[in-house]
Design a protein around this ligand. Structure first.
Ligand SMILES: [Zn+2]
Length: 417
């Protein structure tokens, strides 16, 4: 079965008011302003003083351990290996390298007969956890894997057909070292434990933003392109011969905003004619993003989501990002790779720095966590569906050809008459 590139529907051309993005988050985390109040003396005064004392010394906030809502990175390998053991003809765990500190980098390949590389199956890649503190993204990636596997095992024709015709790859934790530090209490941890923002270490316009060149920056791009083991190992996996020769779609899940970001993240590309995305591709991206948003009730209930199509509106630049690099590297003249950065959730700062970052990037109740995860599952199921990337059945061609012949015959008969 061949996949044709998609979206004949015209993209809506409404201007997108783009504001928030997890990467922008650098503001201070002062607790909510404490209003001055004058209390009459007596018991209210005591209450007021006790409350003031509590607020002044308040260091309480949600943390990875206190919420207990998320799996640990340490559970990842046993969980993935168990999926493979239970589903040997559907799941293959690939250890594609080790991190800076020697932790395994792990990908899960889900498709019928994963040991056979079938070039007719297009690949779909879902990555998460490149920024350590965005743990809800990793949780979402695991949920996508379970959803696909359970759907297939249950005999649901949707999933049976999906996994027979698509080659799904899920990488739940792109940054294991940072993630483990985050779990141990470094709630503001974003970069890897070599001090590099992995989402600035990839190929597209790497290092072209001055702010990213400072080692103290939270967006430090690293000393050279793909300098980090986490990024270079992923890049090598993606370039293994035959594995990703038909990469149709790649979604990199983040949190800290409610938005879907297609290329480019670097406004310089939009100023430079040579770097502009072809209008037809741009419209297809727009259609994809809009459909995901419109179909996604969980996302709407969390926060209004703003797709970013026009990078020139950004007040922030990112270079060397994974999804931009995948789009540039894997698209061919005949087939675009639909690579996006998908931001699943934005909360609020609760408590004092640095723990207040936890609640900004991650839901702190089971209900909001599940809704954020549902965002990811819904959009993954959409891009994996036939309606996102149209799969014309052979019968469609036969019908069209037959119709064309009938029409031609009628035209000829009229001319003869
Ligand atoms: Zn992020």
């Amino acid at each position: 079965m061949r996949f044709r590139n998609p979206f004949d529907r015209a993209a809506s051309r409404q201007p997108f008011a783009y504001r928030a993005r997890e990467d922008i988050v650098k503001r201070s985390t002062t607790p909510p302003s404490r209003r001055e109040a004058s209390f009459p003396p007596g018991i209210p005064l005591i209450v007021f003083l006790l409350l003031s004392l509590f607020l002044a010394n308040n260091s309480w906030a949600y943390t990875f351990l206190s919420t207990g809502l998320y799996h640990s990175y340490n559970d990842l390998a046993p969980w993935a290996d168990d999926l493979q053991t239970q589903n040997p003809n559907l799941v293959k765990v690939v250890r594609y390298g080790t991190s800076h500190l020697g932790n395994p980098l792990l990908a899960i390949n889900i498709t019928v007969d994963p040991s056979v590389n079938n070039p007719a199956k297009p690949e779909f890649l879902f990555t998460a956890g490149i920024h350590a503190r965005e743990v809800v993204s990793s949780e979402a990636a695991r949920s996508i894997a379970e959803k696909l596997i359970n759907g297939y095992r249950g005999g649901d024709p949707l999933y049976v057909n999906m996994l027979a015709t698509r080659d799904v790859w899920i990488v739940p934790d792109l940054n294991p070292d940072g993630r483990l530090a985050f779990e141990a209490g470094a709630s503001a941890q974003r970069k890897n434990m070599n001090g590099v923002d992995l989402n600035r270490n990839f190929t597209h316009r790497w290092g072209q933003y001055p702010n990213d060149q400072s080692t103290s920056s939270d967006t430090y791009c690293g000393p050279t392109v793909l300098s980090e083991k986490e990024s270079s190992s992923l890049w090598s996996l993606l370039h293994e011969i035959g594995k990703f020769s038909n990469l149709l779609c790649a979604v990199d899940f983040h949190s800290g905003a409610q938005t879907i970001l297609p290329p480019w993240s670097s406004p310089i590309d939009n100023r430079d004619n040579a770097g502009q995305i072809p209008p037809a591709v741009r419209e297809k991206f727009s259609a994809l993003v809009n459909t995901i948003i419109q179909n996604n009730t969980a996302r709407r209930s969390l926060n209004p989501l703003t797709p970013k199509i026009d990078s020139t509106r950004l007040d922030y630049e990112s270079y060397g990002a994974l999804s931009d690099s995948i789009y540039e590297e894997f698209s061919t003249p005949l087939r675009t790779t639909y690579a996006t950065t998908e931001e699943l959730y934005r909360g609020s700062y609760i408590g004092s720095y640095p723990d207040s970052f936890f609640s900004y990037f991650n839901p702190v109740t089971a209900a909001t966590r599940d809704a954020a995860i549902q965002n990811a599952v819904d959009s993954a199921l959409y891009v994996l569906s036939d309606s996102a990337f149209v799969v014309p059945e052979p019968s469609t061609f036969v019908l069209l050809a037959a119709g064309g012949l009938v029409l031609l015959a009628q035209v000829r008969r009229r001319r003869r008459a």
